[in-house]
Design a protein around this ligand. Structure first.
Ligand code: UDP
Length: 326
């Protein structure tokens, strides 16, 4: 198939690219390298410009006859979205509209979209969300992604166009063969931060909030290995092509770990007892987000292979050691 992959130099995009590349598709990677790394593009042809460059975007769609678009490009840091909402609506919502507009104009019938569990916020008592849980984002990041889901839904109803929106829970870890991993500069995500402490890149890290209504007082998240998430995208492509139907699906394992549990795991796996500092809550954080994970297994036949916190942590750690040695 002829595939456009936006954000293919980024963390999740590059892992999906790696899997699609093994299947010998004809792939174009659109990435302006604002946060991605050129070295992570292991397959396909790279075009380097921003989605905001509408003339170049139109030329690309007009020159290539894409069958499907994987739309990863976007911004993903919850606290940053709170302090810079315009950037999030621009990078996530406005740019997604540009991509969708091109699909309509040039007859691209399939799109796979990176959505997020952040759209659920604290809406569900107990924090275990299925796809019908109330949508109630607590931050501009979640709003910006949900607005895109709404646009996709409307467009799929009006045109010969289908989408799969994958609602990612907390993605971490690195490709099992350690060819690629999370290299985002100035990362803020928990497992990445803790691994940076374990390898000595950081002296210490903060724990945001210990007064949540959870067992140990810290937030709970459903951490999922990036390789399993990448497999879900490949299955989503099969679904779109065969079923010609649109759907939003949670991507998580269905169990949660607290911030303390994650930090303990990184300390245990690395053997390094790094320093942490307890500070107040971080703006925009939901208390507990765990996926109800049945629908994706039923519809896509998804069978995760790395559902173990220690595996997620050890691959993240090994990748961090590789980065540190460079
Ligand atoms: N967190 C933390 N210290 C950090 C980074 C994250 O305590 O340095 C907490 C954060 O407040 C949240 C959880 O870890 O409760 C997961 O945050 P992350 O940024 O990894 O992902 P998010 O759920 O915000 O997408």
């Amino acid at each position: 198939m002829k595939i456009l992959l936006t954000g293919g130099a980024g963390y999740i995009g590059s892992h999906v690219l790696n899997k699609l590349g093994e299947q010998e598709h004809d792939i174009v990677v659109l990435d302006n390298l604002s946060t991605g790394r050129k070295e992570s593009i292991l397959y396909g042809k790279h075009v380097n410009f921003s989605i905001e460059e509408s003339k170049r975007l139109k030329e690309l769609f007009s020159n290539e006859n894409f069958d499907v678009v994987f739309h990863f490009a976007g911004s993903i840091v919850v606290p940053e979205s709170v302090t810079n909402p315009v950037m999030y609506y621009s990078n996530n919502t406005v740019n997604s509209l540009s991509i969708i507009e091109m699909c309509v104009e040039f007859g691209v019938k399939n799109l796979i979209f990176s959505s997020t569990a952040a759209i659920y916020g604290d809406s569900t008592p107990g924090g275990v969300c299925d796809e019908n849980s109330i949508i109630s984002p607590l931050n501009p990041y979640g709003h910006s992604k949900y607005m895109t889901e709404l646009m996709l839904e409307s467009v799929s109803q009006a045109h010969d166009f289908n989408y799969v929106a994958l609602r990612y829970f907390n993605v971490a870890g690195a490709n099992i063969d350690l060819k690629i991993g999370q290299s985002t500069p100035n990362a803020t995500h928990l497992i990445k931060m803790a691994c940076e402490c374990a390898t000595g890149k950081r002296a210490s890290m903060q724990i945001f909030g210990n007064d949540y209504a959870t067992e140990d007082g810290t937030c709970i998240r459903d951490y999922i290995h990036v390789d399993d998430l990448a497999s879900a995208h490949v299955l989503a492509l099969d679904y779109l092509v065969n079923k010609k139907d649109s759907v939003s699906l949670n991507c998580g394992y269905g169990r949660g770990f607290s911030v303390f549990e994650v930090i303990d795991a990184v300390k245990r796996v690395s053997g390094v007892n790094f320093e942490t500092r307890q500070v107040g809550r971080r703006a925009g954080d939901a208390e507990k987000l765990i996926s109800k994970a049945d629908k994706i297994r039923e519809l896509l036949g998804w069978q995760p292979k790395h559902d173990e916190l220690d595996v997620i942590v050890s691959t993240a750690l090994e990748w961090e050691k590789i980065l540190a040695s460079k």
